[in-house]
Design a protein around this ligand. Structure first.
Ligand code: GLA
Length: 376
């Protein structure tokens, strides 16, 4: 893939540039907790965005999205930039790097990737992190640290794409390590690595192929519900909301906001349970919590869809240890914790039944846990 990219860069811009990569992510548990100041448990995956970048000594940025065969150019000092969302992730990253003090100048870049788009695997965070890391290297003497680069990516989404995302995806893309889940405290920024040690279980994603699209989606509405409840409780975020506090507010908030907050508080407990279970390689407990998270995301947070619910139900009846919708929601993938002895049968069955039920194929995706953003 990178050889093809090098030759596309050469035929488009002439010569060579430097190759960078940044991964997508999975998340074991801790969904919609990041923007509530809570904990998440993601890992970077072995599917990535690759970019070849070279300064061009002008104030112009020229980009080629090689997979999509699309091009775009903008001036570094143009406050508006391109209108197409794909390119706005990079444009926003450039602008936020400059705001953070990195003197970015013009460059030529070609990029491609193998992260399925719209599958909830954070291809957009990977794109931001790939460019944030490359441009910080090239123009900023690598002065910004990895957490600052993750925040640049997040700010790009907030200010230039309009998704008020948390920090989980960019964090995972910057900090990933092979075979490690990471527990991040999204309020303090403290994190720790937790090895994924098992020969018996596999993590398999099933892409519903319902396009997950957070731009202009009810994602921001979910966040607003959480912020309303926190404000009324007089706390900074739902991280500090207890069950008692929530019940005492019940008559003053809408039933919908109540359900959203109930999900978030429950999820905080589940993340802690899973972190402990991970220390003891207790996969039965991890799986049980995953199913509970799905129930909460479906019924209380209302970010699932019939196709995803079907995939989780199929997992349940096939004896899969744990399964749930993963990421922002509204489509995308389920993450499944599957014992190796039933893996083949489960994947074959779910493919057949999904096709029968919806008339479209779902897509199983094997992922390995890989390293974070880097120069290759
Ligand atoms: C998206 C956002 C993340 C996080 C998840 C839900 O992936 O980008 O910040 O909120 O949804 O856990």
């Amino acid at each position: 893939m990178t050889d093809t990219l090098q030759s596309q860069f050469a035929s488009h811009f002439g010569g060579e540039g430097t190759l960078y990569a940044a991964p997508g992510r999975i998340n074991l548990i801790g969904e919609h907790t990041d923007y509530n100041g809570g904990f998440v448990l993601p890992a970077a995956i072995d599917k990535r965005i690759y970019a070849i970048v070279r300064p061009n000594h002008t104030l112009r940025v020229n980009m080629l999205a090689a997979d999509l065969q699309k091009q775009c150019s903008f001036n570094i000092d143009d406050p508006n930039g391109p209108t197409e969302t794909d390119f706005r992730y990079v444009f926003g990253t450039v602008r936020e790097l400059i705001a953070a003090g990195v003197p970015v100048e013009g460059f030529d870049a070609a990029y491609c990737g193998d992260i399925p788009l719209g599958a909830g695997l954070s291809s957009s965070a990977a794109l931001e992190c790939c460019f944030a890391n490359a441009l910080n290297d090239m123009f900023g003497n690598a002065t910004l640290d990895r957490m600052a680069l993750a925040r640049v990516g997040q700010a790009a989404e907030h200010h230039y794409v309009g998704v008020k995302c948390g920090i989980m995806d960019q964090f995972a893309s910057m900090f990933g390590k092979a075979n490690m889940f990471m527990r991040l405290d999204c309020r303090s920024g403290e994190y720790s690595y937790h090895p994924w040690r098992t020969d018996d279980y596999r993590l398999v994603l099933i892409n519903s192929c319902v396009k997950h699209e957070l731009v202009g989606s009810p994602y921001n509405d979910r966040r607003a519900s959480c912020e309303r409840v926190a404000a009324l409780a007089g706390i900074e975020s739902l991280r500090d909301c207890t069950w008692d506090m929530l019940h005492s507010l019940k008559d003053r908030i809408s039933p919908e906001d109540f359900r959203r907050a109930r999900y978030v508080i429950g999820e905080a407990d589940r993340v802690m349970t899973v972190c402990q279970a991970l220390e003891h390689d207790d996969f039965a407990t991890i799986g049980k919590q995953m199913y509970l998270t799905h129930d909460g995301l479906r019924d209380d947070y209302e970010v699932s869809c019939p196709e995803i619910d079907f995939l989780v139900d199929e997992a349940r009846t096939s004896g899969v240890t744990g399964s749930r919708i993963m990421g922002g929601g509204f489509g995308g993938c389920t993450i499944n914790l599957v014992h190796k002895d039933i893996l083949e049968r489960f994947v074959a069955c779910v493919q057949e039944s999904y096709l029968k039920r919806f008339g479209v194929a779902c897509q199983p995706i094997n992922v390995a846990i890989g390293d974070g953003a880097r120069k290759l």
